[in-house]
Ligand binder design. Structure first.
Ligand code: HMG
Ligand code: MG
Length: 309
């Protein structure tokens, strides 16, 4: 219920930048991440140790990770698709990784060149080794609400994949609405089925792309269902190069505004997020696209908008 802690898992430096036409210099990424940490974000997905051919925007992952502060109280995560990615993560000093598969073969085949079953077999040794190292491990189930290649997805099927990830050792399963087609009733269905299937509610997260403007409504449905971790991207950037039609993630500033005004505790400062959103928008050469990024927050004492650029 409102008043309880909610985790905001920031994906701006990874999901936000992986699909941009403009190459963002490593130093800009480092400063962006620094601003996010200063805003109070404590879980930041910093980059991906994937093939530089597949995602050239994140080809500097090793340098980005090496530039991150150590022991500043922030958990910096990186996407890892295979053993090679794990080795790079280890060399770069990572202590948290996310593996990523999907509810549909059609998507994983295009995204990582494997079926869902094959991807899980690839993750098995990766997650086992990360577990031995004492790392935090997350597993994504993309296309949990719909697939750009095969259409409708049964929530029970997405849950089954989430269950397999949990069996492989992940601490958290994150269901992704990769192309932003989901609506609140689906979120409630998926969360309910996940609980029935034995996925503990405190190990679930949601990752909503805001392609059709439903992301915040979906967060509310997730909160109502008892989920307490939501992904968001400062500035509302994001998309997946292998998911045609995927638009930006839910903007962190929109999420923070909603949680603040509704009385949820999360420890993130809206003014700091807006500063980071302006910084990255300037680097990308465009205005901040999110609603709260444009309007600012709101001070109920004075009636004024606050934190606008
Ligand atoms: P592949 O071509 O099948 O891999 O790619 P391979 O094993 O045949 O290797 C081919 C070449 O890639 C080799 O190099 C490997 O060394 C190299 P070569 O010998 O030809 O010079 N390679 C690597 N290099 C660096 N780091 C690595 C690595 N692995 C192989 N880790 C692979 C398979 C998975 C690597 C590739 O398809 C890939 O990197 N895909 C990444 C796709 C991606 O990052 N998509 C976006 C993230 S997912 C997402 O956005 C969804 C999410 O946000 C949730 C949601 O919204 O729902 C998480
Ligand atoms: Mg995504």
């Amino acid at each position: 219920m409102a008043g309880e802690p909610v985790r905001i898992y920031e994906v701006g430096p990874r999901d936000g930048l992986q699909n941009e036409a403009v190459a963002v210099p490593t130093e800009v990424k480092r400063r962006f991440i620094e601003l996010l940490a200063s805003a109070g974000l404590r879980e930041i997905e910093a980059t991906s140790f994937v093939s530089p051919t597949a995602v050239p925007q994140l080809a500097d992952a090793d340098a980005v990770f090496a530039a991150l502060p150590r022991d500043d109280g922030v958990r910096y995560t990186a996407l890892v698709p295979n053993r090679r990615g794990l080795a790079r993560a280890e060399a770069a000093g990572a202590r948290a990784i996310a593996v990523f598969t999907a509810a549909t073969d059609a998507f994983t085949e295009r995204n990582i060149g494997r079926s869902v079953a094959e991807s899980l077999e690839t993750f098995r040794p990766v997650l086992a080794r990360a577990g031995e190292l004492g790392w935090w491990r997350r597993g994504y189930v993309s296309t949990a609400f719909g697939c750009p290649y095969s259409g409708r997805v049964e929530p029970a099927h997405a849950v089954k994949v989430g269950r397999r990830l949990l069996e492989l050792g992940v601490e958290e399963v994150c269901f992704g609405d990769t192309i932003g087609v989901g609506v609140p009733a689906q979120v409630a269905d998926l969360a309910g089925l996940a609980l029935e299937a034995g996925l503990p509610i405190d190990r679930l997260a949601f990752h909503f792309h805001d392609t059709r403007g439903t992301a915040l409504a979906n967060v509310v449905a997730g909160l109502d269902a008892g989920v307490r971790c939501f992904d968001a991207s400062t500035g509302g950037t994001g998309g997946c190069p292998y998911a045609p039609g995927a638009a930006g993630n839910l903007a962190t500033e929109d999420l923070v505004y909603l949680l603040d005004a509704s009385g949820w505790r999360h420890g993130v400062r809206l003014a700091g997020v807006l500063e980071a959103a302006r910084f990255i928008a300037t680097a990308l050469g465009r205005p901040v696209g999110s609603k709260v990024g444009q309007a600012g927050g709101w001070d109920p004492e004075t009636g004024d908008a606050v934190g606008r650029g």
